[in-house]
Design a protein around this ligand. Sequence first.
Ligand SMILES: [Ca+2]
Ligand SMILES: [Ca+2]
Ligand SMILES: [Ca+2]
Ligand SMILES: [Ca+2]
Length: 156
Amino acid sequence: MQDYGQSKMWTTVVGPGTVSFYWKVSSEQDYDFLIFYIDNSFRDAISGDVAWELKTFDVPSGIHKLTWMYWKDGYWSGGADQGWVDSVQFLPDSDGDGLPESWETQYFGNTTSQNGTGDYDADGYDNLTEFISGTNPTVAELRVKIASPRKSSLLP
Ligand SMILES: [Ca+2]
Ligand SMILES: [Ca+2]
Ligand SMILES: [Ca+2]
Ligand SMILES: [Ca+2]
């Protein structure tokens, strides 16, 4: 690829939902960037030598264009001078509660009975927290609290 210029890839999705992907870049630090846009609005950029990173963004309702662009300034090149994007995944969330449809269906059998603030298994973690941390929203996570021993009871 020539100095000065850009290369792009894009896809369109129907929101609401969540897009996630891995990206990395090897470029001239602070001059050449790998950039992510939703429609024409800037969301994030990396520059220099960045190892694979997982990124997650909310996509609002409607049709949206997701764009990844490698952008170069007019002067030097650095590193391998390219960006990589991998494992792009869009999880639709038609009711906009932050829980992907596939996740709601997997655990609750439908998308309507639960939302992000519900706590189906009453373990103190709401469903959105369980989704983000990868725990099971239908099985209570064990919460262990070990109190420090009271000196008074040991040494009366
Ligand atoms: Ca949902
Ligand atoms: Ca729901
Ligand atoms: Ca819970
Ligand atoms: Ca749980």
